[in-house]
Design a protein around this ligand. Structure first.
Ligand code: F6P
Length: 415
């Protein structure tokens, strides 16, 4: 087997575990006798198109570096939201990337990302094959949304669930101190899929909140919401509501589409930047019920919280990275390194190759029967699924009382 170089890049929204996956890829690359240099593409394919590639090999000589990287949230190689065009209409970016692969003698390319990034990996795999260029392309999953098909769950999701549930427990604790009746609305990310919002139901095990859960897969009815809330308020002094950023009405429109003062940007995949579902509910409650109400948008905090990592998530994220390299070395290409659950208790999983076609650009919805029809409780199946993913605590190293993140020097190679 001839020695070839490895190139890895990250894309899409950050998670707290995506660097653990990166550390796994790099560790396996550095340890393989079949891999020479390990390169990082900065800002995903968008940065690679302008030559933003760093030889990471000399920056990883300290054995502690990979461990520090694994516990650092965000994306050490930065990110992009860049949609590769249809190659039949515009081949230029493909030609540039293939030229880059040739110049750097790349034999293995890993793209860590969500559904859109799997689409990029698939297109590159096809284009390399068409050119007869022997580059093994493997998609490596991540996303706090957990909406990628064909993998039991996505690395990064478990840490986001842990942060969301911890926040709900803390918000409920805070609300509980006052005698006056109140409602707290917690807005959770997840765009088209309710996995993360629904997972907040786990927090009920630590005190009862959230009392109501709204996911994008179910049409939101404001009248029913208000009557459910009024009924709950006859029994609960403090009600906590978990709401997805992506809730829509029966017509399929975002309920907060017309929220004043919100400018919505759209990325190259056509995804609208969502925010405001919590504020919409806050306004509804204030005007229709009139009690004390606060909305809390967890926003990017839920995907960047290095102080509240799931140890299971971090370990598994790194393993997915290592196994992605093993798959490429075994000759696989055009595949995604997917997590397969072997058992819930004790929790066990392994990593298998699935065709990228089965995940690229697709969304896995939250199973409707995992949340009760009254939007209040998770099914036992859902609890069994979520619970192992948040097991164990880990955190980013701290220095002088502050988080200390790993960074790469951006010494771009001369091409
Ligand atoms: O990629 C997942 C995600 O975190 C979604 O939950 C969210 O809607 C989106 O990214 C936000 O993306 P951005 O930070 O690019 O606005």
């Amino acid at each position: 087997m001839t020695v070839k170089n490895l190139l890895v890049a990250q894309s899409g929204g950050p998670t707290a575990a995506i660097n653990a996956t990166l550390s796994g890829v790099l560790e396996a690359g550095l340890n393989s006798p079949h891999i020479g240099r390990v390169y990082g593409g900065f800002h995903g394919v968008e940065g690679m198109l302008s030559g933003k590639v760093v030889d990471l090999t000399p920056q990883l000589s300290d054995p502690e570096a990979l461990r520090h990287l694994a516990l650092t949230p965000g994306m050490a190689l930065r990110s992009c939201r860049y949609k590769m065009p249809d190659p039949k209409k515009d081949d230029a970016p493909y030609a540039t990337l293939l030229e880059l692969f040739k110049k750097l003698d790349i034999g293995y390319f890993f793209y860590i990302g969500g559904n859109d990034s799997m689409d990029t990996a698939l297109k590159l795999h096809h284009r390399c094959a068409q050119e007869g260029l022997d580059v093994k392309v493997i998609g490596v999953p991540k996303t706090i949304d957990n909406d990628l098909p064909e993998t039991d769950h996505t690395p990064g999701f478990g840490s986001a669930v842990k942060y969301v549930c911890t926040s709900i427990v803390e918000v409920a604790r805070d609300a509980s101190v006052y005698p006056a009746q109140s409602v707290m609305v917690v807005e959770i990310m997840g765009r088209d899929a309710g996995w993360l919002t629904a997972s907040s139901g786990l927090a009920q095990r630590a005190g009862g909140a959230p009392h109501l859960i709204y996911i994008p897969e179910r049409a939101f009815d404001p009248d029913r919401f208000l009557s459910d809330l009024r009924e709950l308020m006859t029994r609960e002094r403090h009600v906590i509501v978990a709401v997805s950023e992506g809730i829509r009405d029966a017509a399929g429109d975002y309920v907060h589409a017309d929220l004043p003062g919100v400018e919505r940007s759209v990325d190259s995949f056509g995804h609208v930047q969502l925010s405001g579902a919590g504020r919409y509910l806050e306004h509804l409650i204030k005007t229709q019920i009139g009690c004390k109400v606060r909305s809390i948008e967890l926003s990017v905090l839920q995907r960047s919280a290095g102080h509240c990592l799931s140890a299971t998530d971090i370990a598994e994220a790194a393993e997915v990275g290592r196994q992605a390299v093993a798959l490429a070395l075994a000759g696989e290409s055009g595949k995604m390194a997917a997590i397969r659950r072997l058992s819930d208790s004790p929790y066990r999983s392994d990593v298998v190759a699935v065709p990228l076609e089965k995940a690229a650009g697709l969304v896995k919805a939250f199973p409707s029967d995992w949340l009760s029809e009254d939007n209040r409780t998770l099914s036992q199946e859902a609890v069994d699924y979520f619970l192992p993913l948040i097991a164990g605590e880990m955190q980013t190293p701290f220095a002088e009382g502050l988080p200390c993140h790993f960074t790469f020097a951006e010494n771009f190679v001369k091409l």
